[in-house]
Design a protein around this ligand. Structure first.
Ligand code: HEM
Length: 403
């Protein structure tokens, strides 16, 4: 570490940054940096951190137990809500309002509701995989991981899956936020406009003709709860139009790449498909798709010996918690038979991912279909990582041998 080596955390009363901006995210070996922080400075002040707004320092919380305790205490570690009306609940909301959104949306995310969409996911997966197997080669990130999750999301929302390409393109433009390049900024602005416009149209359509879908359920809840407004429902839809597929795309590319590169694992999963869910959990743990998420300190507090002040920014580094040896034995190893794999890839506490059952289903169905359709598949050239989710894969050239 560049600063404060060897000092116990409780000795650190200063507000001088412990690490520079990008200390973990720009490292060639982030796992090594995470381990260093967990051992020497588990709550570390990072200088001007891109994830929390320009030039704003943030506390990196890197130990599993500290992440879980901060995520479980939303009164102290809340969401900063900058644009009160144009925000995106439930992520950008705090209790007690947060509970209303979760309560209203939860029935549409339970296992039974998700099972209803599985046949669509499976037939879509088969249709996307078949041309690759037929050709014997292709880019699995582009051909499977990019198109499948947005189509499943739109179907779940009651929208035409054929809108997926426009939605995907617009949500990818979100990653140009803050770029100094005027062209990037224009792409970002156009993407934002498209997604908000799409969200408003979805809400207006359900107002005109309600159905048995999440948006209609939220609209019905406006009569019972003044906190739930039409404007905020548009924000929920806007959130889902990105959160509902972009991390799944990253995770799907990552899982396919992992299995492609591990021939022994691939053979084992093909022979015993019931092990696929455990393999997915372990891949999600080892290669956390969403590295970290922000919180704001709502009242002065102390975490792992550090004094945090009201208004401070905090980053819960899920990717580090997932490699914490105090929680996971031989944390850096892939273990298909790991007991109690309570990883943090879907977060923790009240904001834990609402869509985790759907995401897990999509990953499982794609791996099941890919393994069943092939005798083997493996890397044909170097994979390219996404720049926005470093564990996600943007290009994944593979060779396929038909089953
Ligand atoms: C593998 C895929 C996915 C990953 C890795 C992932 C990851 C996460 C994480 C880490 C959080 C917690 C955010 C925080 O702590 O601030 C979260 C929240 C959320 N996710 Fe996901 N997610 C995935 C897929 C999905 C899908 C498919 C949907 C919806 C269809 C979804 C909807 C949401 C929503 C609505 C929240 C906010 C929940 C709240 O604030 O109460 N996610 N996700």
């Amino acid at each position: 570490m560049e600063a404060r080596q060897g000092q116990p955390p409780h000795a650190l009363k200063t507000r001088q940054p412990d690490v520079r901006s990008g200390f973990t995210t720009e490292a060639r070996n982030p796992a090594g940096r995470y381990a260093e922080l967990r051992a020497r400075c588990p709550v570390a002040l990072q200088q001007g951190s891109a994830g929390t707004g320009a030039n704003r320092s943030a506390w990196l919380v890197t130990r599993y137990d500290d992440i879980v305790s901060a995520a479980g205490d939303p009164q102290t570690f809340g969401q900063s809500v900058r644009f009160a009306e144009q925000r995106r609940p439930p992520l950008e909301s705090n209790p007690p309002e947060h509970h209303l959104w979760r309560q209203t949306l939860q029935p549409f995310f339970v296992t039974r509701a998700m099972a209803a969409i599985e046949p669509f996911t499976r037939s879509l997966a088969r249709g996307l995989i078949e041309p690759l197997v037929h050709d014997g080669a292709g880019d699995a990130a582009h051909a499977i991981a990019r198109p499948l999750p947005p189509q499943v999301l739109l179907r779940w929302m009651g929208q035409p899956p054929s809108d997926w390409e426009a939605v995907k393109q617009a949500s990818e433009a979100a990653y140009f936020q803050g770029s100094p390049d005027p062209q990037d900024r224009a792409r970002f602005a156009a993407g934002e406009e498209f997604l908000w416009d799409y969200a408003r149209k979805v809400v207006a359509a359900r107002q005109a003709s309600p159905g048995d879908d999440p948006v209609s359920a939220m609209l019905a809840a406006t009569a019972r709860h003044p906190e739930i407004t039409v404007r905020l429902i548009e924000g929920v839809v806007r959130l889902l139009l990105a959160a509902g597929h972009d991390s799944t795309t990253s995770a799907m590319g990552m899982c396919i790449e992992f299995v492609a590169a591990n021939a022994a694992l691939q053979t084992r999963l093909r022979a015993e498909p019931k092990l696929i869910p455990a393999a997915i959990e372990e891949m999600l743990r080892l290669r956390t798709p969403v590295l970290q998420m922000p919180r704001t300190v709502m009242a002065d507090t102390c975490l792992a010996g550090r004094d945090l002040a009201e208004g401070d920014a905090v980053l819960l580094v899920y990717a580090s918690g997932n490699l914490d040896e105090t929680m996971f034995e031989r944390a850096s190893e892939f273990d298909l038979h790991r007991k109690l794999n309570r990883h943090l890839s879907f977060g923790s506490g009240i904001h834990r991912c609402l869509g985790n059952v759907l995401a897990r289903q999509e990953l499982r169905v794609v791996l099941e279909e890919l393994l069943a359709a092939t005798a083997s598949f493996g890397p044909a050239a170097q994979a390219q990582h996404e720049f926005w989710h470093p564990n996600g894969i943007a290009r994944l050239p593979l060779d396929f041998r038909r089953a």
